[in-house]
Design a protein around this ligand. Sequence first.
Ligand SMILES: [Zn+2]
Length: 238
Amino acid sequence: MPTELLFRQDAYLRETAATVEAVNERGGIILDRTVFYATGGGQPGDAGTLRRSDGSAIAIGTAVYDPGDKSRILHVPLEGQTAPQPGETVTAVLDWERRLKRMKVHTALHLLSVVLPYPVTGGAIGDGDGRLDFDIPEGGLDKVELTEKLNALVARNAEVSCRWISDEELDANPGLVKTMSVKPPRGSGRIRLVAIGDIDLQPCGGTHVANTAEIGLVAVTDIEKKGKQNRRVRIALA
Ligand SMILES: [Zn+2]
Protein backbone atom coordinates (compact mmCIF):
# COMPACT_ATOMS: atom_id res chain seq x y z
CA MET A 1 0.00 0.00 0.00
CA PRO A 2 1.30 3.50 -0.79
CA THR A 3 1.92 5.70 2.28
CA GLU A 4 -0.74 8.40 2.68
CA LEU A 5 1.25 11.66 2.51
CA LEU A 6 -0.59 13.97 4.92
CA PHE A 7 2.02 16.76 4.55
CA ARG A 8 0.94 17.20 0.94
CA GLN A 9 -2.53 18.31 2.04
CA ASP A 10 -1.60 20.11 5.26
CA ALA A 11 2.01 21.12 5.93
CA TYR A 12 0.99 22.32 9.43
CA LEU A 13 -0.03 18.87 10.67
CA ARG A 14 2.48 18.09 13.43
CA GLU A 15 1.36 14.59 14.34
CA THR A 16 -0.90 11.76 13.31
CA ALA A 17 -2.00 8.36 14.55
CA ALA A 18 -0.75 5.67 12.18
CA THR A 19 -0.42 1.92 11.88
CA VAL A 20 2.94 0.21 11.38
CA GLU A 21 2.72 -1.69 8.09
CA ALA A 22 6.21 -3.15 8.06
CA VAL A 23 9.80 -2.76 9.21
CA ASN A 24 12.26 -3.43 6.40
CA GLU A 25 15.50 -5.40 6.64
CA ARG A 26 17.50 -2.23 7.37
CA GLY A 27 15.13 -1.04 10.11
CA GLY A 28 13.15 1.49 8.04
CA ILE A 29 9.61 1.78 9.44
CA ILE A 30 6.70 1.94 7.00
CA LEU A 31 3.43 3.49 8.25
CA ASP A 32 0.04 3.59 6.52
CA ARG A 33 0.08 7.41 6.77
CA THR A 34 2.59 10.04 7.83
CA VAL A 35 3.29 13.71 8.51
CA PHE A 36 7.04 13.13 7.85
CA TYR A 37 8.26 14.79 4.65
CA ALA A 38 10.68 12.45 2.86
CA THR A 39 13.97 13.80 1.45
CA GLY A 40 13.41 15.31 -1.97
CA GLY A 41 13.62 18.50 -4.00
CA GLY A 42 16.55 19.77 -1.94
CA GLN A 43 14.57 19.52 1.32
CA PRO A 44 15.79 17.03 3.95
CA GLY A 45 13.50 14.39 5.41
CA ASP A 46 11.84 15.19 8.72
CA ALA A 47 13.05 14.07 12.13
CA GLY A 48 10.78 13.34 15.09
CA THR A 49 9.45 10.44 17.14
CA LEU A 50 7.01 7.56 16.92
CA ARG A 51 5.16 7.42 20.25
CA ARG A 52 4.06 3.91 21.23
CA SER A 53 0.98 3.04 23.26
CA ASP A 54 3.16 1.96 26.24
CA GLY A 55 4.47 5.53 26.49
CA SER A 56 7.91 4.80 25.02
CA ALA A 57 9.19 6.55 21.91
CA ILE A 58 11.22 5.60 18.84
CA ALA A 59 13.50 8.48 17.75
CA ILE A 60 13.40 9.04 13.97
CA GLY A 61 16.44 10.71 12.37
CA THR A 62 15.06 11.22 8.88
CA ALA A 63 12.50 10.01 6.35
CA VAL A 64 13.24 8.83 2.80
CA TYR A 65 11.32 7.28 -0.06
CA ASP A 66 11.66 3.47 -0.12
CA PRO A 67 14.17 2.75 -2.94
CA GLY A 68 12.27 -0.47 -3.68
CA ASP A 69 8.83 1.22 -3.86
CA LYS A 70 8.84 5.01 -4.23
CA SER A 71 5.18 5.23 -3.17
CA ARG A 72 6.20 4.38 0.39
CA ILE A 73 8.10 6.38 2.98
CA LEU A 74 10.71 4.84 5.29
CA HIS A 75 11.01 6.39 8.76
CA VAL A 76 14.68 5.86 9.59
CA PRO A 77 15.26 5.40 13.35
CA LEU A 78 18.38 6.66 15.11
CA GLU A 79 20.77 3.93 16.23
CA GLY A 80 19.80 1.72 19.14
CA GLN A 81 16.02 2.18 18.88
CA THR A 82 13.58 -0.67 19.49
CA ALA A 83 11.70 -1.73 16.35
CA PRO A 84 7.88 -1.57 16.47
CA GLN A 85 5.66 -4.51 15.53
CA PRO A 86 3.68 -4.62 12.28
CA GLY A 87 0.04 -3.82 13.06
CA GLU A 88 0.99 -1.68 16.05
CA THR A 89 -0.64 1.76 16.40
CA VAL A 90 1.78 4.67 16.94
CA THR A 91 1.61 8.45 16.96
CA ALA A 92 4.04 9.98 14.48
CA VAL A 93 5.24 13.33 15.88
CA LEU A 94 7.38 15.85 13.98
CA ASP A 95 10.34 17.82 15.24
CA TRP A 96 8.17 20.82 14.46
CA GLU A 97 10.66 23.59 15.16
CA ARG A 98 13.05 22.22 12.56
CA ARG A 99 10.32 21.56 9.97
CA LEU A 100 8.83 25.07 10.34
CA LYS A 101 12.26 26.61 9.66
CA ARG A 102 12.56 24.49 6.53
CA MET A 103 9.07 25.59 5.40
CA LYS A 104 10.08 29.23 5.80
CA VAL A 105 13.36 28.77 3.92
CA HIS A 106 11.65 26.74 1.19
CA THR A 107 9.02 29.44 0.62
CA ALA A 108 11.72 32.15 0.68
CA LEU A 109 13.61 30.25 -2.05
CA HIS A 110 10.50 30.41 -4.27
CA LEU A 111 10.63 34.19 -3.79
CA LEU A 112 14.38 34.26 -4.53
CA SER A 113 13.62 32.60 -7.88
CA VAL A 114 11.30 35.55 -8.59
CA VAL A 115 13.92 38.14 -7.60
CA LEU A 116 16.41 36.30 -9.83
CA PRO A 117 14.37 35.06 -12.82
CA TYR A 118 17.08 32.78 -14.23
CA PRO A 119 17.17 29.01 -14.73
CA VAL A 120 17.75 27.20 -11.42
CA THR A 121 20.34 24.42 -11.64
CA GLY A 122 20.28 23.23 -8.03
CA GLY A 123 19.31 24.02 -4.49
CA ALA A 124 19.30 22.93 -0.88
CA ILE A 125 17.25 23.69 2.22
CA GLY A 126 18.75 23.75 5.69
CA ASP A 127 17.45 24.54 9.15
CA GLY A 128 17.19 28.31 8.85
CA ASP A 129 19.19 28.76 5.67
CA GLY A 130 19.26 27.58 2.09
CA ARG A 131 20.62 28.17 -1.39
CA LEU A 132 19.76 28.16 -5.06
CA ASP A 133 22.20 27.81 -7.94
CA PHE A 134 21.40 29.94 -10.97
CA ASP A 135 22.52 29.89 -14.55
CA ILE A 136 23.33 33.60 -14.85
CA PRO A 137 25.30 34.94 -17.80
CA GLU A 138 26.69 38.07 -16.11
CA GLY A 139 27.89 38.80 -12.59
CA GLY A 140 27.29 42.03 -10.72
CA LEU A 141 24.79 40.69 -8.20
CA ASP A 142 24.48 42.78 -5.07
CA LYS A 143 23.63 41.17 -1.72
CA VAL A 144 22.04 44.29 -0.25
CA GLU A 145 19.86 44.92 -3.30
CA LEU A 146 18.74 41.27 -3.49
CA THR A 147 17.97 41.25 0.24
CA GLU A 148 15.78 44.35 -0.14
CA LYS A 149 13.87 42.86 -3.07
CA LEU A 150 13.38 39.58 -1.23
CA ASN A 151 12.04 41.28 1.92
CA ALA A 152 9.74 43.45 -0.18
CA LEU A 153 8.11 40.26 -1.52
CA VAL A 154 7.88 38.76 1.99
CA ALA A 155 6.17 41.96 3.17
CA ARG A 156 3.41 41.60 0.59
CA ASN A 157 1.70 39.10 2.93
CA ALA A 158 0.92 36.88 -0.03
CA GLU A 159 -1.04 33.70 0.54
CA VAL A 160 0.56 30.42 -0.48
CA SER A 161 -1.86 27.92 -1.98
CA CYS A 162 -1.60 24.67 -3.82
CA ARG A 163 -3.77 22.78 -6.26
CA TRP A 164 -3.52 19.69 -8.38
CA ILE A 165 -4.01 19.69 -12.12
CA SER A 166 -3.89 16.92 -14.70
CA ASP A 167 -1.67 16.78 -17.78
CA GLU A 168 -4.88 17.34 -19.81
CA GLU A 169 -5.76 20.53 -17.88
CA LEU A 170 -2.21 21.76 -18.43
CA ASP A 171 -2.50 21.11 -22.18
CA ALA A 172 -5.84 22.94 -22.25
CA ASN A 173 -4.30 26.02 -20.55
CA PRO A 174 -1.02 26.82 -22.32
CA GLY A 175 -1.04 30.25 -20.63
CA LEU A 176 -0.44 28.49 -17.32
CA VAL A 177 2.96 27.19 -18.40
CA LYS A 178 3.90 30.68 -19.54
CA THR A 179 3.22 32.13 -16.09
CA MET A 180 5.15 29.37 -14.32
CA SER A 181 8.70 29.98 -13.20
CA VAL A 182 9.53 26.27 -13.54
CA LYS A 183 8.29 23.90 -16.26
CA PRO A 184 6.17 21.11 -14.80
CA PRO A 185 7.26 17.49 -15.24
CA ARG A 186 5.11 15.56 -17.70
CA GLY A 187 3.73 12.07 -17.70
CA SER A 188 2.98 11.49 -14.01
CA GLY A 189 -0.70 12.32 -14.66
CA ARG A 190 -1.04 14.78 -11.79
CA ILE A 191 0.95 17.95 -11.16
CA ARG A 192 0.98 19.86 -7.85
CA LEU A 193 1.07 23.60 -8.47
CA VAL A 194 2.14 26.00 -5.72
CA ALA A 195 1.07 29.64 -6.07
CA ILE A 196 2.38 32.53 -3.96
CA GLY A 197 -0.29 35.19 -4.48
CA ASP A 198 0.28 36.52 -7.99
CA ILE A 199 4.04 36.56 -7.32
CA ASP A 200 5.02 33.01 -8.23
CA LEU A 201 3.53 29.85 -9.69
CA GLN A 202 5.50 26.63 -10.02
CA PRO A 203 5.15 22.88 -9.74
CA CYS A 204 6.47 21.75 -6.34
CA GLY A 205 6.01 18.83 -3.96
CA GLY A 206 7.58 20.47 -0.90
CA THR A 207 6.22 22.03 2.28
CA HIS A 208 5.52 25.78 2.46
CA VAL A 209 4.23 28.32 4.98
CA ALA A 210 0.67 29.56 4.41
CA ASN A 211 1.60 33.25 4.03
CA THR A 212 4.87 34.97 3.09
CA ALA A 213 4.59 37.09 6.26
CA GLU A 214 5.47 33.97 8.28
CA ILE A 215 8.96 33.93 6.74
CA GLY A 216 9.91 37.07 8.64
CA LEU A 217 13.08 38.96 7.76
CA VAL A 218 15.44 37.14 5.43
CA ALA A 219 18.91 38.05 4.15
CA VAL A 220 21.03 37.13 1.15
CA THR A 221 24.21 36.09 2.95
CA ASP A 222 26.53 35.02 0.14
CA ILE A 223 26.89 35.01 -3.63
CA GLU A 224 29.43 32.51 -4.85
CA LYS A 225 30.74 32.01 -8.36
CA LYS A 226 30.48 28.36 -9.35
CA GLY A 227 31.88 28.15 -12.87
CA LYS A 228 31.53 30.64 -15.72
CA GLN A 229 27.74 30.89 -15.80
CA ASN A 230 26.80 29.69 -12.33
CA ARG A 231 26.07 31.70 -9.20
CA ARG A 232 25.26 30.10 -5.86
CA VAL A 233 23.05 32.44 -3.81
CA ARG A 234 22.64 31.72 -0.11
CA ILE A 235 19.91 33.08 2.13
CA ALA A 236 19.28 32.90 5.87
CA LEU A 237 16.32 33.65 8.13
CA ALA A 238 16.92 36.54 10.52
ZN1 LIG B 1 8.12 24.60 -3.09
